[in-house]
Design a protein around this ligand. Structure first.
Ligand SMILES: Cc1ncc(COP(=O)(O)O)c(C=O)c1O
Length: 397
């Protein structure tokens, strides 16, 4: 496809992401936005104070390329305090522009022209384009319905001598499923003695429900030797707009990631890194509250949607809740999303854009629970009113 004289799109099929599109539509329509994954509640005022403090302290020039060493040390200490393995902040930890930049840099560091990377659909939208920009082929394997589990036999069949990377996301957006210890063992077996690196997108590491424990590649004795693990302060501290994340990986993988990072983002906002460091120093338990916080929001949304006719598979983790609308409407998820925004005044996200080939007849949309209680209550009220009215075209009941 040509974009004009002398230009050729490297990603001809890529448009604006569904998240941006739905947030824009929500604004235009004045809809309640439970679509895009960002909090609509204020940040902790103590965190805001830390930004002012960091700026006053003089953190206003380029931060070190690898990240503020105080922040990296605090992250490493936090990992240790949570029972994780010890991480060397000098050689194994890099601060990035959100989790997104770590994902991009890891992919560019590992995948080359003609090589393959495996992702699991439904997949977060950042993986496939980054793999293709690296010249690689992105191999999409669906997670098995209805519980979005890994089909390891399909993975085994897809792995070959060109496979360089397997991308997992745990807890999973949008499936809300979490990987088990057995999943990680199987992945370790599949990648053993092969030139395959694992990219573990663990940005929702603290958002697990009902007593589940996060199974990180970092704590797996074998996988941690060949994995990039990616995290996001956006998710953990409710500051998605700050764009601060980080990547943990063994020294040799970190070295390669930094080669990309230093010519891409180069370094991350100095006052924001120092502000997070200060905040973690003043509130070392900040991470521990996240699970219970989102668990209460997930429960609130589920309770308020009871009787709406939507089926709500139990979310295991991440800050999303899926809703199966097959008993209230018989239309595509994109169409149902359109109806909800136009007729109910609620923005949600369809699941099909997360697939290369969406399963036929899939009737699932994604709702974000990282919202004020009032937002969740109003979204559920509007959805319930709409589905119970049953006046929409294509309604089954
Ligand atoms: C699964 C997943 N990975 C990565 C990211 C990106 O994180 P960040 O906002 O820190 O770039 C997101 C954000 O929504 C996500 O859902």
């Amino acid at each position: 496809m040509s974009n004009g004289p002398g230009t050729k799109s490297k990603l001809p099929d890529v448009g604006t992401t569904i998240f941006t599109v739905m947030s824009r539509r929500a604004m235009e329509q004045g809809a309640v936005n439970v679509g895009q994954g960002f909090p609509d509640y204020p940040i902790d005022p103590a965190l805001a104070t830390c930004v002012a403090d960091a700026i006053a302290m003089g953190f206003n020039q380029y931060a070190p390329m690898e990240g503020n060493i105080g922040l990296r040390a605090a992250i490493a200490m936090g990992i240790g305090a949570a029972g994780g393995r010890s991480v060397d902040p000098e050689t194994e930890l890099t601060v990035s522009c959100g989790g997104t930049e770590s994902i991009y840099s890891a992919i560019q560091a590992v995948v080359g022209p003609g090589e393959e990377a495996i992702v699991f659909d439904p997949a977060y939208d950042a993986y496939d384009p980054a793999i293709r920009l690296a010249g690689g082929r992105c191999v999409h394997i669906p997670l098995a319905a209805p519980h979005f589990r890994y089909d390891w036999e399909r993975v085994r069949a897809a792995v070959n001598d060109r496979t360089r990377l397997i991308v997992i996301n745990n807890p999973h957006n949008p499936a809300t499923s979490v990987a088990t210890a057995q999943d990680l063992d199987t992945l370790a077996g599949l990648t053993r003695d092969r030139a395959i690196t694992v990219l573990a997108d663990e940005v929702y590491e603290h958002v697990l429900y009902d007593g589940r424990v996060h199974q990180s590649v970092m704590n797996h004795p074998e996988l941690r030797t060949r994995s990039y693990a990616v995290y996001s302060f956006g998710k953990t501290l409710h500051i998605t707009g700050w764009r601060v994340g980080y990547c943990v990986a063994p020294p040799e993988l970190t070295r390669e990631l930094r080669k990309v990072h230093q010519f891409n983002a180069f370094s991350i906002a100095a006052p924001l890194q120092e502000a997070i460091r200060l905040y973690l120093e003043r509130h070392p338990d900040a991470w521990r509250r996240v699970g219970a916080f989102f668990s209460a929001k997930r429960d609130l949304l589920r309770t308020r949607l009871a009787g709406s006719g939507l089926e709500l598979p139990p979310a295991q983790g991440s800050y999303f809740q899926l809703a199966d609308y097959s008993s209230v409407a018989d239309c595509s998820d994109v169409e149902f999303t359109e109806r909800l925004i136009n007729d109910a005044g609620v923005a949600v996200i369809p699941l099909s854009p997360f697939y290369r080939e969406p399963p036929a007849g899939m009737r699932i949309v994604r709702l974000c629970v990282a919202k004020r209680d009032e937002t969740l209550i109003e979204a559920a009220r509007r959805i319930g009113e709409y589905t119970r009215a049953g006046v929409h075209q294509g309604a089954r009941a």
